[in-house]
Design a protein around this ligand. Structure first.
Ligand code: SF4
Ligand code: SF4
Length: 530
């Protein structure tokens, strides 16, 4: 077997393994995959790793350095060996080739990718992740799998659960079916359709026009030690390599290969009838400057790198500083009773480990891996949340559940450092928000019914039922003990508006230790009539 075929086999194996691991991470309903295994697949994802390095540098953030080193040695191997979207596009290209002959050919390099890179640098400089969130290939792939493959896994699980029940086997639990909100699903589908169309019609055009990772690694690969080249002596200009090249970067006329666009799929090595295509050091290769202005491109690369740290300099650090609470919606109890008050959360809730709105939105790339990992289904992908700062970034929603006090799953999977790893004991004190009581919505005040739902569900004893001078027992929140898990909000039976809700902390705080053993009995005392 030719060595090139061996390397192509290795490429297919590596890219398939990475893609499958990411798909499994989003569709693992049963907790088969340990978080460590998921990290193996996400550690080398270039942009999340780079973003993580800028917010919390450590071993977990070093993946991008390895990718950069590999690029400087061998060119854009990330694009064909490690990028899950690249693997997906290769799958589309292969299917398209089976259906009909695709006529790929050399195309002169364009400058769109560098404008996108410059646009990202500028937007990062102004603290916006929006362009990255839309264009990062890993995040596009992961959120597409979360939106499309996960529902299939849920459907399969529920079918098996039903079949099991019919056969008298109750070992498979049905799973609540969920899709991302429609606007998020719309964006995911539209972007996926664009990727599929580009791949089917023009090979890896996405990688060499819209992908910021491709553009950045393309700059680095101009300096790679080894790269593809054509031996001008041997080449008979038959064009076989150019027709096979997914990146349209083989210029047969000039017998050159544009290293900045070559995605290192190695396909060209196998098709040349005279073995004129080689993988060599550039001294042996004829290098031709085909891109416009190498200096200007290097300038853009440097600009990008200077933009990133300046963004991170605005970060708030890793500790849990004072909690900042926006102006309260919960009016102080009024007499006579005011009409029900609707809850308008001004700030969205950030998952534990997310430190608060600004840290979270400055690092989240919108891959939705945390939403897949959350067993309580409270991490919900959103199109625009966090007061416009988080495009496709998720937030916590307590409509269908609450953050489980004994869980820190989301803090173990985030590859970009938007949600930092937090040990379970530490997580139990992270204050994502503070519960607010609205007396005029409470059934005790409006209907005279006894109710202790919020106090009963509070895992920290922050909510107590206080009965004053024989009056009705009303909830009282100790905000310093409250962690903002939303158990009270979820349990509150008041309609149409909840009588207790969690107001997000813009910067996560640290709650006081829980009041052990008081969450139920101390709240109701012996007067509780049920
Ligand atoms: S916070 Fe969630 S959506 Fe954002 S990067 Fe981390 S895992 Fe992905
Ligand atoms: S810690 Fe809370 S938000 Fe995070 S995964 Fe667990 S239940 Fe979900």
């Amino acid at each position: 077997m030719k060595p090139s075929r061996l390397f192509i086999g290795l490429r297919i194996l590596a890219s398939t393994a990475v893609s499958l691991l990411i798909i499994l991470a989003t569709a693992d309903l049963w907790g088969f995959l340990a978080p460590g295994i998921v990290r193996v697949a996400t550690w080398l994802q270039f942009l999340p790793s780079l973003v993580r390095a800028l917010t919390a540098f450590g071993l977990l953030a070093a993946g991008f350095i390895l990718v950069l080193a590999l690029t400087l040695l061998f060119g854009r191997v990330y694009c064909s060996f490690l990028c899950p979207l690249g693997a997906f596009m290769d799958g589309v290209i292969a299917i398209r080739r089976r259906i009909s002959k695709v006529k790929l050919q050399y195309v002169k390099p364009g400058v769109v990718r560098y404008f996108i890179l410059a646009g990202i640098a500028v937007s990062l400089f102004f603290g916006s992740m929006h362009l990255i969130n839309i264009l990062d290939p890993y995040s596009i792939f992961a959120r597409s799998a979360q939106a499309l493959v996960r529902p299939l896994a849920i459907g399969l699980n529920n079918l098996l659960a039903q079949a099991g029940e019919l056969a008298g086997y109750y070992g498979i639990a049905p799973y609540p079916f969920s899709l991302p909100p429609l606007p998020v699903l719309g964006v995911i589908l539209a972007w996926l359709a664009l990727v599929v169309w580009l791949a089917a019609a023009r090979g890896r055009l996405y990688c060499n026009t819209l992908c910021p990772v491709g553009a950045f690694l393309g700059l680095a690969s101009r300096f790679s030690v080894f790269r593809m080249s054509m031996d001008a002596e041997k080449c008979i200009q038959c064009g076989a390599c150019s027709k096979k090249c997914k990146a349209s970067c083989m210029d047969v006329e000039n017998k050159t290969v544009d290293a900045s666009r070559c995605v290192m799929c190695l396909d060209c090595l196998t098709v040349c009838p005279v073995d004129a295509v080689e993988f060599t050091a550039p001294s042996a290769a004829k290098e031709v400057e085909t891109d416009p202005g190498r200096r200007s491109l290097l300038f853009m690369g440097a600009f990008l790198l200077t933009g990133l740290p300046s963004r991170s300099a605005a970060e708030t650090g890793n500790g849990y500083p004072e909690t900042i609470i926006e102006e309260s919606l919960a009016a102080s109890p009024t007499e006579p009773l005011a009409p029900p008050l609707s809850i308008k959360r001004k700030a969205s809730l950030v998952p534990p480990g997310g430190m608060g709105r600004d840290h979270f939105t400055s690092a989240c790339t919108g891959c939705h891996l945390c939403a897949a990992a959350c067993p309580s289904h409270v991490i919900r992908p959103e199109l625009v949340a966090h007061q416009g700062k988080g495009l496709l970034a998720p937030s916590l929603s307590y409509e269908k559940g609450f953050c489980n006090y004994n869980c820190n799953a989301c803090t173990m999977v985030c590859p970009s450092g938007a949600i930092l790893a937090v040990g379970l004991e530490e997580k139990k004190r992270v204050q994502m928000g503070r519960a607010q009581f609205i007396k005029q919505n409470c059934v005790v005040a409006t209907k005279g019914t006894e109710c202790v739902a919020c106090a009963e569900h509070c895992p920290t004893g922050a909510v107590k039922i206080v009965r004053e001078q024989g009056g009705p027992g009303l909830p009282k929140v100790d905000e310093d003990v409250c962690v903002g898990c939303g158990a009270c909000e979820f349990a509150c039976p008041a309609k149409p508006y909840k009588a207790i809700y969690v107001k997000a902390s813009l910067i996560h705080g640290k709650a006081l230790p829980p009041k052990k053993g008081e969450s139920v009995q101390n709240l109701v005392g012996e007067d509780f009539p049920f």
